[in-house]
Design a protein around this ligand. Structure first.
Ligand SMILES: NC(=O)C1=CN([C@@H]2O[C@H](COP(=O)(O)OP(=O)(O)OC[C@H]3O[C@@H](n4cnc5c(N)ncnc54)[C@H](OP(=O)(O)O)[C@@H]3O)[C@@H](O)[C@H]2O)C=CC1
Ligand SMILES: Nc1nc(=O)c2c([nH]1)NC[C@@H]1CN(c3ccc(C(=O)N[C@@H](CCC(=O)O)C(=O)O)cc3)C=[N+]21
Length: 300
């Protein structure tokens, strides 16, 4: 079998088109422009690429983008003061603080300082609790993007066995919550899981969010399963020339695609969907803050 490739890049373009359409309506009918503030502390080159892409796509969707680049030595008090200012700014509907933060800053403290209704990452403890208890929340962008692709690949997910490899707060745990809410039977696997390969082979839906290049190989995959590869790993690519690198996922694409029914590629899979969902969440936050109906089909 050769898996169908789930085209995250095309799907994301469609989602951004829907967002742009609704942003135009908000502007025409209500004179509102959704605004997204992205805060980057320090000079991680990978983060700078994401922040630039986010800013560009935000503007392309008709929204306002506010970028705040702070020195790596910024104090916690300075960062908290900026967040307080963004919380109070009516032009800002969404706030994203790029992670990881430099070691001297307490991530939990910083994230929980964001007004929950502006927390478009869905990382604030209030949003985590709302999602876990089935209430209306801001849903983390990466798992939301994965869920949208899974719903498209499968339709109804009810009763399917889902295994999520990785238990981070930003991907694994919220992914498990969303799959559970769609009535999958969910297992969270991690570095202490025994016989992880056999466990993964039971999965109708296999989500890899590990941060280990090409760890999940074809012999971990149940024939016909849907494989979602969240991993973004830059590895050396001497075949492209000296000093060159390329992007790979946590799944070994070639061997997994030979067994799976459907699979997301890296690049062009989960990554572009993450940004599209960030824009969708910013639109949702703007609508909620003005008591307007939520955008159709863009919330979980
Ligand atoms: N496409 C996108 O938009 C995004 C992509 N990413 C990418 O997704 C990947 C995961 O990110 P993130 O969740 O932040 O990573 P973390 O490092 O926070 O978590 C990794 C998880 O994988 C588990 N793990 C590590 N090694 C193994 C192993 N050998 N076997 C089984 N489980 C293992 C860890 O287990 P334990 O808890 O036991 O240590 C942990 O739960 C990364 O490649 C990251 O770059 C992340 C965010 C967004
Ligand atoms: N507060 C916070 N929220 C995040 O959502 C967040 C974060 N911090 N820190 C870093 C991770 C990582 N992340 C990605 C987003 C888009 C791509 C993406 O667009 N990837 C493209 C390729 C990009 C490239 O070429 O480098 C693709 O997969 O096709 C990747 C990774 C969001 N993250």
């Amino acid at each position: 079998m050769t898996a169908r490739i789930i085209d995250g890049k095309a799907f994301a373009a469609k989602v951004r088109g829907q967002v742009a359409g609704q942003v135009t309506r908000l502007s025409e009918d209500h004179g509102l422009t959704p605004g997204l503030a992205v805060v980057l502390v320090g000079e991680d080159p990978a983060s700078e690429v994401y922040v630039r892409n986010k800013g560009k796509q935000t503007v392309e969707c008709g929204m306002a983008s506010f970028e705040h680049k702070l020195d790596a030595r910024t104090s916690e008090a300075e960062l908290l003061a900026l967040i307080a200012q963004l919380n109070a700014d009516p032009a800002v509907h969404g706030i994203l603080v790029q992670l990881p933060l430099p070691d001297h800053l307490n991530e939990d403290l910083v994230i929980n300082a964001i007004a929950p209704e502006k927390d478009v990452d869905g990382f604030h403890i209030s949003n985590v609790g709302l999602l876990a208890t089935g209430q209306k929340a801001m849903v983390p962008c990466t798992p939301l993007g994965c869920l949208m692709m899974l719903r498209e690949a499968h339709g109804n997910l009810s009763g399917l066995n889902a295994v999520v490899v990785g238990r981070s707060n930003i991907v694994g745990k919220p992914m498990a919550q969303l799959l559970l809410r769609d009535s999958c039977t969910v297992t969270l696997a991690h570095s202490r899981t025994r016989d992880i390969e056999a466990l993964c082979r039971q999965a109708d839906i296999l989500v890899a969010a590990v941060g280990r290049p090409q760890m999940v190989t074809g012999d971990w995959v149940k024939p016909g399963a849907t494989v979602i590869d969240v991993g973004i790993n830059r590895i050396d690519a001497p075949e492209k020339g000296e000093g060159k690198t390329r992007l790979v996922g946590d799944v070994d694409f070639a061997s997994a695609a030979a067994v799976a029914g459907a699979i997301t590629p890296v690049p062009g899979g989960v990554g572009p969907m993450t940004i599209a969902c960030l824009l969708a969440n910013t639109l949702t936050a703007c609508c909620r803050s003005h008591g307007l109906p939520e955008p159709d089909g863009l919330t979980a």
